[in-house]
Ligand binder design. Structure first.
Ligand code: HAM
Length: 426
């Protein structure tokens, strides 16, 4: 027997029962993003590898270790997108959107790909929702982006949430802080884990969010970024916090929060959920004031976030805060006898202009068809046998009361409209 084919490790199917919940979570996001003035952007799933090397950052784990990179038939280096932010910036520049709109607001949703070690809440193909706001350096924008994420998480009923924020400072502050950290760490390298020794060379800030207890103990005494921030960065961070307080968002300042991507400056943040296990960041983001410029555009400050749908759906299930149900069918068209098939087919087509209709394809005993109709949750079953077909009539069974009525085939649509209602869609 042929070997069974399975979904690849780190990928998963979202079956119809669960997809209904996904759709509800996604619609809540679209609804909230729209209220904040965001419009949807759809960018390709693969791009030139160079986009992520320059955008996400050459020294990040995502680019160094986690990208699905391949050569196409013409030998071009392509990668499946590990995140959407660089693609959104590329599209913004490629289509001259900076000239068309001084402030651009995009939302997106879709699959992302990272060759990470799969585990609870960690997949190789996962799905993100996200927003990018380009064209403003205002701290109000940072707070508003966090508020949008917060309001969306509330809209899907989540309560066990925590918000952490930090600032990495502007570029000169960030560079200064990297230097200060390096000085602090250089005579402690032997005691750090091998990952941190590598980070020390590539991106010393990343040492700060190491989970290893030995590294954590050393870092407890590390200088904090706020000790070296310039005045403007201090003011910016204070304004963000004042706005968050204004909006009633409870947050914690976490000086160890540095995020895994290279482009951040100033505000960074993450939102956690208590019930989604070790990988409990449901979303994260921050300000990236130099990315547009680094990708060849005019100096354009920006801020955004992304959130992982798998983790959000897990959180919703853990809190039981939302249920997704497929809408089910309204009318089951049952036929028996060769002559009934075509009128049944025609009638189902007519009824589908307004209702959700299931047409029985095969010849089956009427009892079995009625059994299927109730399993599918049909409100009415339209029954057409050879005899009815010859007389131009049907029987309609009310699946709740069990009552049956007979009527002309031409009267069925109007009768069901009266009973069920519904919008007509041609
Ligand atoms: P990120 O923190 O790399 O940020 O990812 C955002 C969210 O995606 C995470 O908080 C997590 O919920 C989810 N996620 C990441 N990797 C995985 C995985 N392997 N499996 C399941 N879920 C995952 C970004 O991607 C940035 N683009 C955010 C951003 C937008 N910053 C500015 N604008």
């Amino acid at each position: 027997m042929a070997e069974k084919l399975k979904a690849m490790r780190g990928t998963h199917d979202i079956l119809p029962e669960e997809a209904a919940l996904w759709r509800r979570v996604e619609s809540a996001f679209v609804e909230v993003a729209t209220r904040y003035g965001y419009d949807e952007i759809r960018v390709p799933v693969f791009e030139a590898t160079e986009l992520f090397e320059r955008g996400t950052g050459f020294s990040t784990d995502v680019v160094q270790k986690e990208m699905y990179t391949f050569l196409d038939k013409k030998g071009r280096r392509l990668s499946l997108r590990p995140e959407a932010t660089p693609s959104v910036v590329r599209a913004y520049l490629e289509h001259g959107l900076a000239r068309k709109m001084p402030i651009a607001k995009f939302f997106y949703l879709g699959p992302m790909f990272r060759y990470d070690k799969p585990g609870a809440g960690r997949y190789r193909q996962f799905h993100q929702i996200g927003i990018e706001l380009l064209g403003t350096a205002s701290p109000v924008a940072d707070a508003e982006v966090i508020l949008l994420l917060w309001q969306f998480l509330k809209a899907i009923g989540l309560t066990k949430l925590g918000v952490r924020i930090n600032t990495l400072g502007c570029r000169p502050c960030r560079i200064r802080y990297s230097g200060v950290l390096k000085d602090f760490l250089k005579d402690k390298l032997g005691a750090l884990c091998s990952d941190c020794r590598e980070r020390f060379a590539r991106n010393p800030l990343r040492v700060l969010d190491c989970k290893n207890p030995a590294c954590r103990a050393i870092l407890a005494k590390a200088p904090e970024v706020r000790e070296i921030l310039c005045e403007e960065c201090v003011r910016h961070f204070e304004s963000v916090q004042a706005c968050l307080a204004e909006a009633g968002i409870v947050y914690a300042v976490d000086p160890r929060l540095v995020r895994g991507l290279d482009y951040y400056t100033r505000t960074v943040f993450e939102v956690f959920h208590a019930d989604v296990g070790a990988e409990n960041a449901v979303g994260g983001g921050g300000r990236y004031d130099h990315l547009v410029e680094e990708m060849g555009g005019p100096a354009t400050p920006a801020v955004g976030f992304s959130a992982g749908l798998e983790r959000l759906v897990d959180a919703v299930k853990a809190e039981g805060s939302m249920r997704g149900e497929n809408s089910g069918i309204e009318v089951y068209v049952a036929s028996f006898g060769e002559k009934a098939l075509r009128p049944a087919f025609r009638l189902a087509a007519e009824l589908r202009a307004r209702h959700r209709v299931w047409l029985q394809y095969d010849q089956r005993k009427i009892d079995r068809q009625l059994g299927t109709a109730s399993k599918l949750g049909a409100r009415y079953t339209v029954i057409i046998g050879d005899d009815e077909a010859a007389r131009g009539v049907v029987r309609i069974k009310d699946m709740v009361s069990g009552e049956q009525v007979e009527m002309e085939m031409g009267a069925v649509a109007a009768w069901l409209k009266e009973k069920i209602g519904g919008q007509r869609v041609e």
